[in-house]
Design a protein around this ligand. Structure first.
Ligand SMILES: O=C(O)CCC(=O)C(=O)O
Ligand SMILES: [Fe+2]
Length: 354
């Protein structure tokens, strides 16, 4: 039987503080549990001449899209896309549902709490157990249908939420597949290339014949009484091939670049952020960096984001593409990589180095 993505995430056993978010409505001062010492706080990067310090914005219909995406992946591990064909009304609708969900009273949200060994539902960020301090964040994770948890939140009115999430996941999946093909072309691989076996999906034999799997993560970062001492989402890389992110009109997302520090990725109306994850870093044989990013909270605005994580089916094996250079990672199945990440976080990728 094929392993699902949610089963791959289902092997950690967590303490309650690593599942239950703070009731932000009742908090007026930053509690010690959420007060970080931010020694690395270089918020603005050094702008050098001829080197704009902004993540590229790429029109997906541009004739030279492969070159633009290839350059952005290599330099930044991230870009923003416009003309992506995802209706903005759907994005707005999903954001409105996220606002409605996180706006519920804490006791109602807890009815949809992620179970200690579970992957989906309401809770803190999955990376929380790796840090001594807690994050100014609450999240809701969906893999496939959201119906089970949505029924707990709105026993009589859950369909609208589920329909919007289903619809959005479908659109994200086909956009992610389209972007994946562009990225693979940028790496010199064509979808007609029969010999590519670097992602082996046991049911389809090659990623080019399937559309992979995804997870949807709704994120909420309430306005914070002391944003300079709090962290919305601690620094991390995303595990799968790529992430497509919508952020509302509130700054907060930052990426780390060597020699520059933390660089803001400002929200652009109508654009979606795409970032390279660990599995793409492996597939590209380290040519494309997996982007190290974090979220800082805002003193006045409530920030929302919607992240779609896209990867091959959980039983697939991922290895560096042949023809790039001597492989610097050993092959790994998606589910084993998720297991490694659950145990070792950012060290997971170095464990695969050859
Ligand atoms: O909220 C954001 O902008 C980023 C979210 C994120 O990095 C994640 O969910 O992994
Ligand atoms: Fe992330």
């Amino acid at each position: 039987m094929a392993t699902s993505l949610s089963e791959s995430y289902r092997d950690t056993h967590l303490l309650p503080q690593h599942i239950i978010p703070l009731d932000f409505e009742t908090i007026h001062d930053l509690p010690e549990s959420h007060a970080w010492i931010r020694t690395d706080d270089i918020r603005v990067c050094q702008i050098r001449e001829n080197e704009p310090c902004v993540v590229p914005v790429i029109d997906l219909t541009a004739p030279n899209v492969v070159e633009l995406v290839g350059n952005a992946c290599q330099k930044w591990g991230m870009f923003q896309v416009t003309n992506h064909q995802v209706p903005l009304s759907l994005v707005d609708d999903v954001e409105a549902h996220a606002r409605r969900l996180f706006g519920l009273p804490a006791d109602r949200k807890l009815k949809a709490l992620r179970s200690p060994s579970g992957a989906t539902g309401y809770g803190v960020a999955r990376i929380s157990p790796f840090f001594n301090k807690l994050m100014w964040h609450e999240g809701f994770t969906i893999m496939g249908s959201a119906v089970e948890h949505a029924k707990q939140l709105w026993p009589h009115h859950y369909e609208e939420f589920c329909d919007a999430m289903d619809n959005y996941q479908k659109k994200m999946k086909s956009l992610a597949y389209k972007i994946l093909l562009i990225i693979l072309k940028a790496l010199g691989v064509d979808e007609n290339d029969e010999n590519q076996e670097n992602i082996i999906d046991p049911t389809n034999n090659s990623l080019f014949q399937s559309e992979g799997e995804g997870a949807l993560q709704l994120n909420s970062y309430p306005s914070c009484p002391n944003p300079n001492r709090a962290i919305g989402l601690a620094p991390h890389t995303d595990s799968l091939l790529l992430t497509i992110l919508h952020q509302n009109h509130t700054n907060g997302l930052q990426i780390f670049q060597d020699g520059k520090g933390w660089i803001s990725v400002p929200p652009i109306s109508g654009a979606l952020v795409v970032n390279i994850g660990d599995l793409m870093h492996i597939l590209s044989n380290a040519r494309f960096p997996t982007v190290y990013h974090r979220v800082v909270p805002n003193e006045t605005n409530h920030r929302f984001s919607i992240a779609y994580f896209y990867g091959p089916p959980a039983d697939s094996t991922v290895a560096p593409l042949s023809g790039l250079s001597l492989p610097c990672f050993r092959p790994v199945t998606v589910k084993d990589y998720i297991g490694l990440k659950n145990k070792h976080l950012e060290k997971a990728i170095s464990l695969l180095r050859v």
